[in-house]
Each structure stands twice: as C-alpha cells, then as structure tokens.
Design a protein around this ligand. Structure first.
Ligand SMILES: [Ca+2]
Length: 265
C-alpha cells in the first residue's frame, strides 16, 4: 500500500512537472492554449524537408510545417473531445502572397466548416494571425485548409481558445435567500441539483427548493427563447476563504441535462 501511494505521488509529480513545463514553453505571442498533450497531426499533402506537421504544435515559434505546395490541409486529432471557440495560427509566406485559411471541426466522424475563410497578406515574416473565431463547441479534432496565391503553405504554431466565457454582461442573479423572513416553502424541503454539462462534467449543488425552482424557471424560459445566457448558482457550503459568497455560473448552451432529487431535512 505504501509503495502504491509512492507510485501515485511520483506520477503526480511527473504530471505536475510536465504541465508546468508545457505552460512555461507556451508560445508567448499567441493567445489561447496549446493543443492537448497527445494530439496527433496528420496531412496527406506531404512536408518539405524536415518541416513536418508536428512542428505546428511544438510550442516553438521558430519551427514550422511546410507543405511544399500552394494548397494544403492539416488535421489535428485530439486525444479526447475538446471544447474550443477560436483557433490561432502563426503563419509564413515567401515570396509575398495572399493566403486563406478555413477551419473545420470533427464531430461524430464528420468534418464541417466552423469558421469563415480568413485571408491575409503575408510577406516573408512569421505572422501571428488574429484568433479565427469558430463555432464554439466540443470537437474531436480540427482541420486547417490553407491556400496561397504564390507561396508554399507554412504554419509555425497553432493554439486554441479553450476558455468558456461566462457572458458577464447578461448574468442572471438568483433571488437571494432571506433566512428568517417568513417561510414560503414547506420547512426543510431541499434538493440535490445535479447538472450534467455537455463536456460530461457533473456539477452537484445542495440547494433549497426555492433556489432549485429559480434555476428551473431560468432554464425553461431560456429554452422557450427568452432570458439570460447564464445563471448563477450559490455554492453555499463552499464559502471558504476570504469570499463572502461563491457562485457557479452555468451557461445555458453548455447544459446537457439536469436532475433534481428532493429531500426533507
Ligand atoms: Ca513550431
């Protein structure tokens, strides 16, 4: 048993050192995150010399994949389905050329375009493009279709936007509870609310029925087409540390399903 925990500890330390070195090496001029560890790069368009596809995700802005042709595609297959809302590319062209990039997403084995074609003029210098916004969602992989007017396709780095934005401007605050001010609910009626996110993550909250009903009202209104994009759930028991309150912001379009289990105290 002791040995087993030692192995776990070693694995944990290894994991921590790998993740911290990944972050330290992150291409600093680029936004977003590196693609998940274990991502595979695939192209059927070949590579010029040693400028191979994996150089697009080695977090080194001095190494690139060069297809040796004017039209080329590069696939990234993630080790697990990954949420993303933008893709950022560091690209290059010599001689001067106008290049166009379109991002495709892989979902249930099907590729569909998730960005509009993005064009820019490039001239002999590695250029970090503005993030290319994509249809936000969870994808098994992405594909970049690139074409150039006059130069071989060259991509130095690829990062992805993986942070969900909690839609700050239109957050719906739940009605605060008023303990001791009357008691509209049957006393002690509470429920465990389990919300399953589209990522598969389950979030569990121990709430009063009033709070659960507030959440359900918001969800149903939103489903019917009105209301705010997100809903704040009070985390109550997790009010540890210097916080006067902690809330979990649920995004409507990230909720797959939820379950309410009532109980009496
Ligand atoms: Ca690189």
């Amino acid at each position: 048993m002791k040995q087993l925990s030692r192995i776990y500890l070693l694995l944990l330390l290894l994991f921590l050192s790998v993740t911290s070195s990944v972050h330290a090496a992150e291409a600093t001029e680029m936004q977003g995150s590196s693609v998940p560890t274990g991502t595979i790069t695939i192209t059927s368009d070949g590579s010029y010399n040693n400028k191979t596809p994996e150089k697009t995700i080695d977090q080194d802005l001095t190494t690139d994949w060069n297809a040796g042709k004017y039209n080329a595609s590069l696939e990234l297959r993630f080790p697990q389905s990954t949420y993303l809302n933008f893709v950022q590319l560091a690209v290059f062209a010599h001689p001067q050329a106008t290049n166009t990039y379109t991002i495709f997403g892989l979902k249930n084995g099907n590729w569909t375009a998730i960005s509009s074609p993005t064009s820019l003029s490039l001239s002999n210098k590695v250029t970090v493009m503005d993030p290319i916004l994509v249809t936000e969602g969870v994808y098994d992989g992405i594909r970049i279709d690139a074409k150039s007017s006059a130069s071989w396709i060259s991509i130095f780095e690829i990062t992805i936007g993986t942070q969900e934005k909690p839609g700050q401007p239109d957050i719906e605050e739940p009605t605060p509870e008023e303990p001791g001010h009357g008691n509209p609910e049957p006393s002690g009626n509470r429920a465990i609310l389990v919300v399953t996110m589209t990522t598969g993550l389950e979030k569990e909250f121990d709430l009063s029925m009033k709070e659960v009903n507030g959440f359900i009202d918001w969800y149903e209104a939103k489903q019917a087409g009105s209301g705010k994009a997100s809903y704040a759930i009070n985390k109550h028991d997790n009010n540890k540390g210097p916080f006067s309150s902690r809330k979990d912001y649920m995004l409507f379009d990230r909720i797959l399903t939820f379950e309410v289990s009532e109980y009496s105290k």
